[in-house]
Design a protein around this ligand. Structure first.
Ligand SMILES: [Zn+2]
Length: 213
């Protein structure tokens, strides 16, 4: 069974692509962002510890991220796809120390220019979380998936917030690229013209075991 980690800057499409790959491989997919929001809604201990950091738009402490993710990983020992963990070198090293199985790392290589134009046009359903963009659907139109929600700009999709998230990524997450590259586990996926094309590249590279692109 595969154990796959998604790596990439904010708005690189990690959420969408990890879900597509997980569905295709029949594996559970963990979005740490969604799990965190669930913990906060339910008022769990993890949720109350994480909330102040989430409110400030910061990464939660390594220890907390590891604890939350490891709980989930232990419940899904047959294989998985992770989106949003590890986010720091410390988290990646800890995961390696805990895991006895090998992992593959999909890195979505998207340039800053591409990211910026993408976030400004991104729309998301406020009910089911489906993602679209201005070119495909009009802002405020009914959701193409659940039909009851509305497609709106994401709250964190303004330039100021994006810049903030990108700086966190550069400082804390970018070192992971080298970390996984130097241990031969990184599969780098170049930006392609469509989401479908990227899904295809990802699926092929997982099948071949190594990047063939
Ligand atoms: Zn919807």
């Amino acid at each position: 069974m595969e154990r796959i980690i998604f790596l990439g800057p904010p708005a690189s499409g990690k959420g969408t692509q990890s879900q597509i790959l997980a569905d295709r491989l029949g594996l559970p997919n963990l979005s740490t962002g969604a799990l965190l929001r669930k913990h906060i809604t339910e008022g769990s201990e993890i949720g109350s510890l994480a909330k102040p950091f989430m409110d400030e738009g910061q990464y939660i402490p390594d220890e907390l991220a590891i604890r939350m993710t490891w709980e989930w990983v232990c419940l899904n020992s047959e294989g998985w796809v992770l989106d949003g963990f590890p986010r720091t070198l410390e988290q990646a090293k800890k995961l390696d120390a805990l895991l006895t199985d090998s992992v593959k790392v999909i890195y979505l290589d998207v340039s800053l220019d591409q990211l910026q134009s993408r976030i400004l046009s991104r729309l998301q359903c406020h009910q089911c979380g489906a993602v679209s963009s201005n070119g495909i659907h009009e802002k405020g139109s009914p959701c193409h998936r659940c039909k009851s929600g509305k497609l709106l700009s994401r709250e964190d999709d303004n330039e100021e917030k994006f810049k903030n998230r990108y700086e966190f990524y550069q400082r804390l997450s970018e070192p992971l690229i080298d970390y996984y590259q130097s241990s031969g586990r990184l599969i780098s996926i170049p930006s392609a013209s469509s989401s479908e094309e990227i899904s295809k590249l990802i699926f092929q590279s997982i099948q071949y075991g190594k990047a063939q692109i």
